[in-house]
Every structure is written in C-alpha cells, then in structure tokens.
Design a protein around this ligand. Structure first.
Ligand SMILES: NC(=O)c1ccc[n+]([C@@H]2O[C@H](COP(=O)([O-])OP(=O)(O)OC[C@H]3O[C@@H](n4cnc5c(N)ncnc54)[C@H](OP(=O)(O)O)[C@@H]3O)[C@@H](O)[C@H]2O)c1
Length: 261
C-alpha cells in the first residue's frame, strides 16, 4: 500500500515505482549490531527550524518515514531541549506497527530516552505522564530531580558533572536497547558527533529556502569532521529529498518485513 504523496528511490537504483511501507521499512531496516541512527529535517539552506519549530519543514513524506523509523527502534533518544520546546507527547504506534514489532519479538513500543543535565523536566508532560513504557532519563551524578519525576521515569546517571553520552549509549545497549533512534536536537547531535557515536544520519531536505536566522542541525563545540557515506536517496513527488548516510553499507532489512500501516 502506498500512502499519500508517492516516495521513490532515485539512487542507487533510479526511477523506481512508488515505495510501499514494507519496501520503505526494508530500505531502512534494523542493523545486526548496536546502531545509532539520527533523524533530522532541514531546509535547502540548512535551517533546522521554520518559525522556531521543525514542523514547518516537515510534510507527509517526512512524517511517514519518521513514523517508520520509530517503529524500527528499541530506544527513542531525544534531548531535553527538543522535548520541552516541541512539547513531546507519549510515543504511540498504530496497531499494525505494534503487531509488526510483536511478530519480531520486540516490545510493542520503543522506550523514550531523554537526555537532560538540569533535570528541568515536567513529570506532567505527556511524554512522561502518558508513556506506554516507563521512559529513561539520562543525566549526571549531580543532578537533582524535581518532585514527581522519578514516579514517571527512571533516572540513569552517566557522568559526574555533565551527561556522558558515550556512557549513556553503552548503558542503553546493556539494557537491550541496541537500535537507538535519535530525534535531536542539534546540541545532542553535536555531542554524539563529537564522541564519534553516530552510525547513520537520515536527513530530509525540504525544498525551500528558510533564509538567515535559524541554526543548523548540529550545535555545540566544534569537533573533527566525520565521513558518512551516502546509502540511498529517496524523492517524494512534492520535491522532498530523503537521504540516508551510514557508516556500514547496509542495515540488513528485518526478515519477512510485513507492510505496516
Ligand atoms: N529539524 C529537526 O529535525 C529538529 C529536530 C529536533 C529539534 N529541532 C529543533 O531544535 C531546537 C532545540 O535544539 P537545541 O539544540 O536547542 O537543544 P537539544 O539538543 O534538543 O537539547 C539540548 C539539551 O539537552 C540536554 N543535554 C544534556 N546533556 C547533554 C549533552 N551531553 N549534550 C547535549 N545535550 C545535552 C540539556 O538539557 P537540560 O537543559 O535539561 O540540561 C541541553 O540543554 C528546537 O528549536 C527544535 O524545534 C529540530
């Protein structure tokens, strides 16, 4: 089944017919080893937001892949800045996507993992209060939680005075969250890049010029450049490009991928 605006693969195999969800799922897949995938949307001129939010850059094709990537992960990693600013809600998946996960022995939902140094988090925010799986908050040894936070989330301390993202990722893997999808934001992406932890970047390029002002998809302290080879290019019929760059040649598609809704 093809949903909404058609998406086609244009590289390395050009001009394929529109991809259905099973084919899209297979193109992204789950890796056969611990894997950190990062997903962003940006404008042609590199803006990470439009009017302060990512929503203005995202359309149907981006949302479709965004949802499929959530279905594929064990842990959904997001920094506190993005969680607060974008008003993250509880992670939900449709019944066909939950069934897809059950069939592969996965929990019905991925675990939300929030990175916060300040623990300035609202336990009443739906991302915590309505979560189908108890979220994890990666923080550091010195951080004090606000009242109620430990009722709705598990605190995991990595680092003495700031969050050590490498130690945090290792701890997630120890807990069985091997396939991690990071949805940002730029400061977290910058920290993950600096620590050389990024295995894959899925980047949606929206066909518009945002103009000067907004930041890039990465932020923080400068670091060494990292090569990340191109693995596929998809194009939606509205002109949106979807790039997949990854260290390894391919994340093997899950066996017998069934079309999720
Ligand atoms: N276009 C897109 O795809 C996309 C995706 C995501 C976000 N965004 C946009 O990005 C903006 C927010 O991004 P941002 O860069 O300001 O913030 P961010 O990266 O989302 O969050 C930064 C926060 O992460 C926490 N953190 C703790 N330890 C960290 C560490 N070691 N490294 C990095 N972060 C750590 C801190 O939270 P505490 O303050 O709690 O200590 C810090 O303030 C929003 O405008 C959002 O709309 C766009």
């Amino acid at each position: 089944m093809t949903v909404g605006i058609p998406i086609r693969r244009i590289w390395p195999t050009p001009a394929t017919p529109p991809l259905n969800d099973a084919e899209l799922t297979a193109l992204y897949g789950r890796a056969d080893r611990p894997h950190l995938r990062v997903n962003f949307v940006a404008s042609l001129d590199g803006a990470v937001t439009l009017d302060g939010y990512s929503a203005g850059l995202s359309g149907g094709p981006d949302k479709r892949v965004f949802g499929l990537l959530r279905m594929l992960c064990d842990g959904l990693l997001v920094a506190a800045g993005t969680l607060r600013h974008e008003g993250y809600r509880a992670v939900r998946l449709s019944e066909p996507r939950r069934a897809w996960r059950r069939e592969r022995g996965l929990p019905e939902y991925p675990t939300l993992v929030v990175v916060s140094g300040s623990l300035d988090l609202d336990p009443a925010q739906a991302a915590f209060a309505d979560a189908p799986v108890r979220p994890v908050v990666l923080t550091h040894a010195g951080a004090a939680p606000p009242p109620g936070l430990t009722d709705v989330a598990e605190l995991v301390r990595c680092g003495d005075e700031r969050v050590d993202v490498a130690a945090g990722l290792a701890e997630l893997r120890r807990r069985g969250l091997g396939q991690v999808l990071c949805e940002g934001g730029p400061h977290l992406f910058g920290a993950l890049t600096a620590a050389d932890l990024v295995d894959e970047l899925c980047l949606t390029v929206a066909p518009l010029l945002a103009g000067a002002g907004p930041g890039r998809i990465t932020a923080g302290d400068p670091g060494a450049p990292r090569e990340l080879p191109l693995r596929h290019v998809l194009a939606a019929d509205d002109g949106v490009l979807m790039l997949r760059h990854a260290r390894d040649a391919a994340a093997p598609p899950p066996a017998g991928a069934a079309p999720p809704a």
